[in-house]
Design a protein. Sequence first.
Length: 464
Amino acid sequence: MEVKIDKENRLIRTIFVIFLINQFFIMRIAVVGTGYVGLVTGTCFAETGNHVICVDIDENKVKMLKQGEMPIYEPGLEILFERNTRQGRLEFTTSLEDGIKGAEIIFLALPTPPGENGSADLKYILKVASDLGPILENYVVIVDKSTVPVGTAEKVNDAIAKNTSVDFDVVSNPEFLREGVAVDDFMKPDRVVVGTQSDKAKKIIDELYAPLVRQGNPVIYMDERSAELTKYAANSFLATKITFMNEIANLCDRLGADVDMVRKGIGTDSRIGNRFLFSGIGYGGSCFPKDVQALAKSSSDVDYEFKILNAVMDINARQKTMLIPKIEGYFKNDLQGKTISIWGLAFKPNTDDIREAPALYNIDKLLDLGVTVKVFDPEAMENVKALYGDKITYCNDQYEALQDSDALLIVTEWPVFRTPDFATIKSSLSNPVIFDGRNLYNTEHMKELGFDYFSVGRKEVTNG
């Protein structure tokens, strides 16, 4: 009898200890916005044991999420999403008041689309900030997770303060997630940048990120304005690096050099590094175009002409369709009635995101030239169909897209395109010609296979 009571007492004590641990370490987090950043942020923080409620005004999206359906494609996210919704750590609501009730941290992961003048549009963030004021009940840390211009934390602080007497802190915590590997980037960050001058907020942020930086990757604290600028500076520098290499590739075309050799030659210099040196038909997506434009506009607003960024934007716009003149030249400037197949629609592999995707610019140019366009992408087909409807033909796989086509244009470097069946490509096309915007294949190999092959910054292969 005494043994049984002792076991029961130990069980009670264990349950009580677990309860106390949970009270001290499990946070209640609200994430406002369920786009790429919001959904990844909410899901990954739930994965580390926190209770997360994601808020979105889109009733259809919230309904879909509650039913276990993912509105985006992001490798690895669905597994975490399913596990944390099933275990009750990840929930969704359309009610801002319900979503933030009891929250210690509120993340603002809202869209900041470019305005007509190129600046980031803050209307969504400031609207939510204004709505938060009257419904705050206790001290809370409000985190700007969206990419925002310098000075936004102050604007958010003012918008909230107008409508509340509750104590709060506004923190800038920019995201550095790469679509396609966003889960890994979040769970194993290179660094975490936090803009705050509040010791109280810093203590909470330290506790929140502790499970993600156990291997010693830094949490870098700075003032809010510096944190906001850090995100723009990082993306703008990477966009500049890509654009520089594309300009080198264009020069290689004219000088008869090989951009792959140049890339290897400079990439081994530790001061330069080998990442973001692959040439191609420009960058796209939700971050680089918008962030470069916004930083250039912020510079203009303080009477500083950021000439490098202006050049980056101009060059990238031109680069996206740089293969079109080569296609026109190959067909002797007579593309009317021709059919061209496009492999890849997303702005990069492992995502369904088509924002500012080079494929869209090429589709528009080809349609204007009277070309029939056939397309295939492993994930982005539905998003493109929503834009173009029946103006282009959508195919079930990459080889179906080649049937009765005059040429193949490769726009996105999906892994499935890297080692294709070249015999099927050659037998399917009316002309054995490939225009490769991502330099996927070896030029000598393409010559041996009998293809006419045009890439970026490398020798043209013609077998005629």
